[in-house]
Design a protein around this ligand. Structure first.
Ligand SMILES: [Zn+2]
Length: 273
């Protein structure tokens, strides 16, 4: 699944290609993917210029002319391709944006979980899905540690599951949560209600450090993830525990189990029982 670093990589890749282009037409082959009214969606996009490409958590936000915003969540397998030729034979391409330079921005999604919305810029931060996205460790230079601590404490879940909740800290997925908890020396099974404010501070510090480095290396390529253009991430070279067998700190055998169905790697010695 693309996490914050991978979505940021998609954003940076696409930004170089599509900014300044006008969307001349849109082909929607799987209408369920569009969360807004289809006519409103089309009218808000066609003949609008792409001014800027933003990101919040794992959400891509295309800022369009006339104060319109196109929001795109890639979910499990969403990818963008930017190509001169329109290939309609690919049945996994569900939305195609035709651009004024003759190129096509194609949204491919094998599992069809991705979603798109249209919002007016003035409502962007007041409406879903943006309101459901919490603190972004890369974008938000300031944060309220007490507010984040309180949100985590109120969760009746193990800390790993709380960190996957995008309304608390945005952008961490299965890979980076394991890495952050290892670096912060916290057991992923620890009850969220027992987390201390000092541990929350460590989680945030490590999230910033790890995500910054993951973005530098264009994300992590495990299994199916590639961003647009087949950009391959290289952060997998720096993973400490996720997909690994031996702890890099103490040489103990790492534990691999499941937390709410998500495969989890950790060291019971370094991260506590
Ligand atoms: Zn260890």
């Amino acid at each position: 699944m693309p996490e914050l670093a991978e979505v940021e990589t998609v954003r940076r890749t696409l930004e170089k290609e599509i900014i300044g282009e006008v969307i001349t037409d849109v082909i929607i082959r799987y209408p369920k993917m569009i969360e807004s009214d289809i006519d409103d969606f089309k009218n808000s996009i066609i003949n609008h210029k792409i001014l800027e490409l933003k990101r919040r958590g794992k959400l891509l936000i295309f800022m369009l002319s006339d104060d319109k915003c196109l929001l795109s969540h890639l979910r499990m397998e969403g990818k963008y391709f930017y190509e001169p030729n329109l290939n309609l034979d690919n049945k996994h391409v569900h939305v195609i944006f035709k651009l004024s330079n003759g190129y096509n921005l194609m949204y491919q999604d094998v599992r069809k979980f991705g979603r798109m919305w249209i919002r007016d810029e003035k409502d962007l931060y007041e409406t879903k899905p943006v309101t459901e996205i919490g603190y972004d460790p890369i974008l938000d230079k300031e944060y309220d540690i007490n507010a984040i601590y309180k949100k985590i404490k109120n969760k009746k879940l193990e800390i790993k599951s709380s960190l996957l909740d995008q309304s608390i800290i945005a952008g961490l997925g299965n890979i980076y949560v394991d890495e952050v908890l290892f670096s912060a020396r916290i057991n992923p099974h620890k009850e969220s209600s027992k987390i201390s404010i000092d541990e929350v501070r460590r989680i945030i510090d490590e999230s910033i450090r790890i995500l910054t480095m993951a973005i530098k290396y264009k994300g992590t390529t495990i299994k199916t993830f590639t961003s647009s253009h087949g950009v391959t991430g290289e952060y997998q070279r720096f993973l400490q525990v996720h997909t690994k067998t031996i702890c890099p700190c103490c040489n103990s055998k790492l534990i691999c189990d499941k937390i709410k169905g998500r495969t989890t790697y950790y060291c019971s010695k370094c991260q506590g029982e």
